[in-house]
Structures are given as C-alpha cells and as structure tokens.
Design a protein around this ligand. Structure first.
Ligand code: RUB
Length: 314
C-alpha cells in the first residue's frame, strides 16, 4: 500500500513529475489512490502518507495546499472518511484542471496585439496565458530562457512549437540583452507569499530586475492554491537547494576550496510585479493577503493554539 506513496514521492523528488501545478495534482491523485487502498487505521495511514509526500519539494506550496485540502476529510468511521477524502481529492484535481482556462483568458486580456513575450522555466499557468493570447492574436513571438541547470526551457519551446507559436530559446544570462525586444514578461509561480512576493525558478528575480529597468510589465500567472497560508504567520518559504551534481561535473565538484551551490528557486519582491493573474481575477501583489484570508483560510484559536482554519473552496 505504501508503495503507491513511495513511488509517487520518488517521481516528485527526481522531477519526473515537476512544476508546481503538476506536483499538486499528482499529490492529490496519489492520496486518492492511497485512500482507496487503506484497509484499516485510516487517519494514521493517511497522515503518514501525507507526511511522505510533503517532504519531497519544500518550496512548492501547492503541494502543501493540495495535501491539506484532501486531509481535511471528515467522517464518523473509516468508510465515511475514505469516501470524503476521495471526494476532496477529486475536487482539488478539478480545481487544478479548471484554473488554467480562466487564467489564460484573464491574462490574455492584459496583452496588446502582436506582442513579444518572455517567459522563464516551464510553467503551465504562464503557458496558458501565452497560448490563449496567441490564439487571440496578442502574442506574436516568445523568448524562452533555457533555465539551467535542468533546462525546463527546452520543454517550453517544445510546447510552443507544438502550439505553432514562434519561439526563441536563449541562455539565462541573455535576458538583459533581449529585454528591449520584449513587451511583457509572463512567468509562473511556485509560491506567492502573504506580502505578495513571488517564489519561482531560480533566475526569475533577475528577469524581474531587468524588466523593471527596461519598463517591461512583469506578469505572474498563479492559481490561488499557489498562495501560502503559512506565510501569514511569518513563516519563511524554504528555498529548495538541490544536489550540486546538477550544476557541475565531478572534476569541478572535487576541486579543493570550491563549493558549488544549486538553489532551485528565488524570491522576487512585490515591487517588481505588475499583476498576478489568478483564476479569480487579475490582482495586484498587495492583495495576496486577502486571497489567502478569503480563499485559503483564516486564523483561529483552537484549544489555545493559533491555527489556520481553511475555508471550503468553490
Ligand atoms: C518549475 C517552476 C515553475 C512553477 C510554475 O520548477 O519554477 O515556474 O512551478 O509552474 P521545477 P506551473 O521545474 O523545479 O518544478 O505553472 O506549471 O505550476
């Protein structure tokens, strides 16, 4: 039974399943399968499974939100709890599936006809905006960064090519060189914090800096399950640091006195973000707190302890 969860966790850790939205959906699908397989001690087993999944990619709050959503199942006995957990997992999966279409439509409206867009990494939400904007004649061309070290930019240009969208692949360090040719930057999000900062693939903040200098609008496409309730209480987002071997070969890693660092994400302060496109609307980053409070949860005291009491999503 635990094989279901262990195998899924391994796929997330090795990045066979990657990208915040895909990870979240995959976690909900895994918990659903696991719930269907649990024969006894439902709560105990579900908690263990949730724990295993949670520890795979610390930066993606979508994973936390997905797991939390499913784990708020209710019921008088194991059978009822199972039924409710499966239902909640299905609800979350539907949420992921429907958010992109709305984000695409809302985001596209912000882009003027025949624009050139730059994107970073491989974000399904950012690509939803770009594809819809292309369909509406708003996007003419896309610059996609390579996104070292894992080269998710290759996935992006493949996807753009399949959609018939003219694309130019560039190395990450060429962003400032090309930024003058760009009308908008559109990126995705791993996490949006309560103060409106964006946590996304390493290099995002440099692009934001270059965009601000060149007065290029910087748009973030983020489903509301990318907003972090934990940051309401001052918790800092843990930036995942991956193995140095992703960045440099053994002969470099073994050099005396040389350390190789490989942070996978960075933080872009809200001052650099013009708008966040969510499935419930285009919002300024300053409104992140409200999204978390109204949509994801609110603070309550339970048994003397401050807890986030999540509301139900519709
Ligand atoms: C992916 C990444 C993406 C966000 C948003 O990093 O930073 O921009 O996850 O993607 P990694 P989406 O490849 O390390 O997971 O919009 O698909 O959720």
């Amino acid at each position: 039974m635990y094989q279901i969860v262990e195998e899924a966790a391994e796929k997330i850790r090795t990045m066979e399943v990657r990208g915040a939205a895909r990870i979240a959906k995959f976690a909900a699908e895994t918990l659903k399968k696991f719930a269907e397989a649990v024969e006894s001690n439902f709560d105990e087993n579900m908690n263990k499974a949730a724990e295993i999944l949670l520890n795979t990619r610390p930066t993606a709050v979508s994973l936390y939100n997905a797991i939390n959503y499913v784990m708020r199942y209710e019921g008088e006995n194991d059978a009822e709890k199972r039924e409710n957990a499966v239902k909640r997992a299905e609800e979350f999966i539907r949420w992921v599936e429907t958010a992109h279409e709305r984000i695409g439509k809302i985001g596209a409206r912000r882009i003027r006809k025949n624009s050139v867009v730059m994107t970073h990494c491989n974000s399904s939400a950012a690509l939803a905006v770009i594809k819809e904007a292309f369909r509406e004649g708003r996007v003419a061309e896309v610059f996609a960064t390579e996104s070292r070290p894992r080269l998710q930019g290759h996935l992006t240009v493949r996807e753009l090519s399949n959609a018939g969208i003219p694309a130019t692949l560039i190395v990450d360090s060429a962003v400032r060189y090309f930024i003058e040719d760009v009308d908008y930057v559109v990126v995705g999000a791993d996490t949006i914090t309560a103060n409106g900062a964006l946590i996304n693939k390493i290099g995002t903040s440099q692009i934001a800096l270059a965009a601000k200098e060149a007065r290029v609008p910087f748009m973030v496409a983020a489903e509301t399950y990318k907003f972090s309730p934990k940051t309401l209480f001052g918790e800092l987002v843990v930036i995942e640091e991956r193995d140095a071997s992703e960045v440099a070969p053994p002969e470099i890693l073994s050099l005396k006195g040389v350390r190789v660092r490989n942070p996978a994400f960075d933080a872009t302060p809200r001052e650099y973000i013009d708008v966040i496109i969510t499935e419930i609307g285009a919002i300024p980053p300053e409104m992140a707190y409200l999204v978390i409070k109204e949509r994801l949860g609110y603070a309550v005291f339970e048994e003397g302890e401050l807890k986030i009491s999540p509301k139900h999503f519709d």
